[in-house]
Design a protein around this ligand. Sequence first.
Ligand code: SF4
Length: 318
Amino acid sequence: MSRVLLDQRRRGTRFVHLPIRSILNSPQQTGMGFWSLNPYVGCEFGCTYCFARFAHRYVVERGETGAGEVVWADDEFERQVFVKREAPDVLALTLKPSRLGGAAIAIGTATDPYQPAERRFLLTRRILERLAQFHGLNVSLVTKSPLVARDLDVLARLAERGRLTVYLSLISMDVPLIRKIEARSPMPQVRLRALEKLVQGGLHAGVMLAPILPGITDGVPQLLALMRAAKAAGAAFVHASPLRLYPAVRSTFLPAVARHFPALRERYERSFDERGRVAETYERALERRVERLKRRTGFGGHERESGPAEPLQWTLPL
Ligand code: SF4
């Protein structure tokens, strides 16, 4: 199947049309408790821990004719972005709020809806405009991009007519570290300035502190710095969760660990189970640490405060 090239960057990224018949994924399709929607497949931000490469590979391979012709490389995810150009129109034709069963719609569960392609194609904005025509929707959106603040007007309309939560995704305030792990993502302060604009515009917005990388971003000073910066930007909440080292993530994330944190490589290779989950002891200790720091920085946190005193970063059992 040939696909139409919509645009191409000088550095090589290609934007390719992906025809669609539907845009909303149902909870039954994904196994998640909400509807989801992604205007793009692939993402130029190129985070090494991104779990969406698998879906991109599926789209690439499905589009090829002839068995075994395609050789998919990990960096295809950043270099070939599929654009669901008809997404806003398909949504307008197919969205029936009564059929959502009261479940939320999450935008950006697989790729960033405000990645650089959005400047050119405006799909996320046009999708939000369609959603804002309805009353009573419960919508959430996650992004690393300050471009989200461009759409404050339509986001505010959506929030007025229903519920809206915006998550600015940020794993660390450490710029050199971010550059090692996320090839082309926006800088932390830039993301937080966008968050501040959203909050000042009256939106319910906060920080998605995920994934927390064991031994890399899970230290008290790092987490504290991020939570304090989020608070200063007016974040209403911080949601945190540890890395899931899914099989599809290993081939890009483990080489990055080996390159930048060689002392951790062996621990990473042995500390996650086949479903990509880190040891439960680590997860619990991290949860306690996060909850304590959330309370310390004014984000509330759970009252549940059992378990031993929090160990230092390097003794968290990976
Ligand atoms: S911004 Fe999100 S979708 Fe894009 S590469 Fe990073 S984790 Fe993946």
